[in-house]
Design a protein around this ligand. Structure first.
Ligand SMILES: Cc1cc2nc3c(=O)[nH]c(=O)nc-3n(C[C@H](O)[C@H](O)[C@H](O)COP(=O)(O)OP(=O)(O)OC[C@H]3O[C@@H](n4cnc5c(N)ncnc54)[C@H](O)[C@@H]3O)c2cc1C
Length: 510
C-alpha cells in the first residue's frame, strides 16, 4: 500500500503556527511561591493569567511544551456565541435563565477579547463579522427556526435568513451579527508577552505531574515543585485525571484545510447543524485564504484519517474555485455530557484547585468566559455564570450520555486489544498493532524501513492506542491521549510516554 500521507496536499501544519514565531521561554525555577499556578498555556490558561495579573495576583503559567501549540494552535478561531445550534437545547434542558447566562457569558467574552485587542493594540487580524449556522436540507429548517426563536428570546443578535455570502444557495440559516474572528496565536502571544514580570512567570517545557491541594497547594513538575495559594488546571483535558472527568468528557477530532481560491473569499463564518462543514476566511500576506473543515469523529476512532482530508478537499473543490491547498491540520476538543463546559472548583470539596475544560468546539469564547469565572472565584467575587458552568453540577438529563460514554470506553478497552497484523505485513509509513511471540505491540515502520515498537497500552488508563495515518500518531480511542511514533506524549490526559521496546529490523523483540 503506498503511503497516502505523502499524497495529501498542503503543508502539514496550521496556518497559525506557520505564520508566527515559536516561543522559547524558560523552564520552572523550583522553589517559587505564587498566588495562582496555571497548568497549561492555551487560550484558557493565558487568558486566566492575564485577568488575574490585572487583579494584582502573582501568577505562574506552567506549560508542558510550548505555549499556544496545543489545541489553540490548531483551532479555526471563530469568536462567536453562535455555537452551531445550542440555545433551544439549553432552554429545554436548563431553563431560560441558565440559557440566558450561557449566551451572556459568550457575548461578554467576545467583548472582552475585543477590548484586550484594543487596549493592548494587538495586531491579530481581529475582524468583526457575522456567524451563520446554515442548512441546504429542508429537514433541518425547523431546527434552525427553533434556534432563531430561542436566541431572540434570550436577546441574542439573531435573525433567520435565506441569503448568505456563500457562493451556493442555502435553504435557511441563523445569523448572529457583530461576532468576530482573529489569528489566535497573534492574539495570545501578545497576551503572553505581558504576563512575565511583577512576580508573574510563564514556564515552558515544564510538565506538571501532580497537584496536591492545601494551603499552599504544591505543584510537582519534572523540574521540581512550586507553591501556590490556588491552582487552575487548564491543560485542556485535565491531566492525569482518571475518575472525575474521564467518564464525563468526550474528545472529538476534526480536520481543517486552508485553501487559496481563484475567486474572492466570502465574508462571514459558517457551519452546518451537524458540524459536517465549517468555513471562514483569513487574511494572510499571500491574500485571503478559505479555512474549510469538518469530518469530525470521536478522537482515536477516526479510521482512515487520510480519506477525511481528501473528502474535505473534494467538497471544497465542488463548492469553491480552489486554486491550491496551502495548509492542513487537525485537532480535538472535549465535549461534556450536557454541552456546557466544566469551569470552577475541581471537586465538590476543593477550595483552592480549579478546572476549565469541555469547551465543546467553542473554546475561543467559552475559555474566555471560563477565565472570567475563575478570576472572580479566586478574588472572591460573585460571578453570574459560575453556577451554570460548575463542574460539580448534578444534571440528571446527562445520565444517558454518561452511560453511552462508559459503554464506548469499555468496548474499546476490550475490542481494540485484537492485533491487526504481523510485523512482516507492515508497509513503510504504516503503523499497526502487531502480534509477536513476545506480545502485542504498537509498531511503526518508517519510510527507510526502520521499525519502532511501543507498548500499545495508553499510559492514562490502559486502552490500546490506534494508528492515525494522517497525523502519524498513536491515538487513544478511550480518552484521546496522543503519542508520537517514538512514544512521546503529544496530547494528554496521559503525561507518561509509551514504553519503547527494542526490536530488530524484522520487528522481532531483542
Ligand atoms: C478543529 C477544531 C476547530 C475549532 N474551532 C473553533 C472555533 O472556530 N471557535 C471556537 O470558539 N473554538 C474552536 N475550537 C475549540 C477551541 O480551539 C478549543 O476549545 C480551545 O483551543 C481549547 O483551549 P485550551 O486552552 O483549553 O487547550 P490548549 O490550547 O490545548 O491548551 C492546553 C495546554 O496545556 C498543556 N498541558 C497539557 N498537560 C499539561 C501538563 N501536565 N503540564 C503542563 N501543561 C500541560 C498543553 O501542552 C497545552 O498547551 C475548535 C476545536 C477544534 C478541534
Amino acid at each position: 500500500m503506498p503511503d497516502t500521507y505523502q499524497a495529501l496536499p498542503g503543508q502539514p501544519t496550521s496556518l497559525w503556527l506557520a505564520t508566527t514565531p515559536t516561543t522559547d521561554l524558560p523552564t520552572l525555577q523550583a522553589g517559587l511561591t505564587v498566588d495562582v499556578a496555571i497548568v497549561g498555556g492555551g487560550i484558557a490558561g493565558l487568558t486566566a493569567a492575564t485577568l488575574l495579573k490585572a487583579q494584582g495576583k502573582r501568577v505562574a503559567v506552567l506549560e508542558a511544551d510550548r505555549i499556544v501549540e496545543g489545541v489553540t494552535g490548531y483551532t479555526t478561531a471563530k469568536v462567536t456565541s453562535l455555537h452551531t445550534l445550542i440555545y433551544d437545547y439549553l432552554i429545554d434542558h436548563f431553563g431560560e435563565e441558565k440559557a440566558r447566562a450561557y449566551g451572556n457569558a459568550n457575548q461578554t467574552a467576545i467583548e472582552l477579547i475585543a477590548s484586550l485587542v484594543k487596549d493592548k493594540a494587538i495586531d491579530c487580524d481581529f475582524i468583526r463579522t457575522e456567524a451563520y449556522t446554515y442548512t441546504d436540507a429542508e429537514s433541518d429548517l425547523d431546527k434552525i427556526r427553533a434556534e432563531v426563536k430561542a436566541a431572540l428570546k434570550l436577546d441574542l443578535p439573531a435573525a433567520f435568513v435565506q441569503e448568505t455570502p456563500l457562493p451556493f444557495p442555502v435553504k435557511g440559516a441563523i445569523r448572529f451579527s457583530n461576532q468576530a474572528q482573529f489569528h489566535p496565536r497573534k492574539y495570545l502571544l501578545a497576551l503572553a508577552r505581558d504576563i512575565p514580570g511583577d512576580g508573574c512567570y510563564i514556564f515552558e517545557r515544564t510538565t506538571v505531574t501532580d497537584v496536591a491541594e492545601g494551603d499552599p497547594c504544591v505543584v510537582t513538575t519534572e523540574h521540581g515543585k512550586l507553591s501556590a495559594h490556588a491552582v487552575i488546571i487548564a491543560s485542556h483535558y485535565p491531566f492525569n485525571d482518571k475518575t472525575l472527568f474521564a467518564p464525563r468528557l468526550t474528545p472529538h477530532r476534526s480536520y481543517v484545510l486552508a485553501v487559496q481560491l481563484n475567486e474572492p473569499v466570502m465574508r462571514g463564518m459558517f457551519i452546518t447543524p451537524d458540524s459536517a462543514h465549517t468555513m471562514r476566511s483569513q487574511p494572510t500576506a499571500e491574500g485571503d485564504l478559505l479555512l474549510v473543515g469538518g469530518e469530525g469523529h470521536k478522537a482515536g476512532q477516526g479510521g482512515d484519517t487520510v480519506a477525511r482530508y481528501q473528502r474535505i478537499e473534494a467538497w471544497a473543490r465542488e463548492n469553491f474555485k480552489v486554486q491550491t491547498v496551502k495548509y492542513r491540520w487537525s485537532t480535538q476538543d472535549n465535549g461534556t455530557l450536557d454541552r456546557v463546559p466544566y469551569v470552577g472548583r475541581y471537586t465538590p470539596i476543593s477550595h483552592n484547585v480549579y478546572v476549565a475544560t469541555g469547551f465543546g468546539g467553542w473554546g475561543m469564547t467559552n475559555s474566555t468566559a471560563a477565565a472570567m469565572i475563575l478570576c472572580d472565584l479566586i478574588v472572591g467575587r460573585e460571578n453570574p455564570w459560575a453556577e451554570l458552568y460548575d463542574p460539580n453540577r448534578v444534571n440528571l438529563t446527562s445520565v444517558p450520555e454518561l452511560v453511552k460514554q462508559g459503554v464506548d470506553v469499555a468496548k474499546h478497552f476490550v475490542v481494540d486489544r485484537l492485533p491487526e497484523a504481523t510485523p512482516a505485513e507492515l508497509e513503510p509509513g504504516d503503523g499497526k498493532i502487531v502480534r509477536t511471540d513476545a506480545g502485542d505491540f504498537a509498531m511503526y515502520k518508517a519510510e527507510d524501513g526502520a521499525i519502532t515498537a511501543l507498548s500499545p497500552a495508553c499510559t492514562h488508563m490502559g486502552c490500546f492506542v490506534q494508528w492515525n495515518p494522517a497525523e502519524k500518531s498513536w491515538d487513544c480511542p478511550c480518552h484521546g491521549s496522543r503519542f508520537a511514533t517514538d512514544g512521546r506524549v503529544i496530547q494528554g490526559p496521559a503525561i507518561k510516554d509509551l514504553e519503547q521496546i527494542d526490536v530488530n529490523q524484522q520487528g522481532v523483540v531483542e
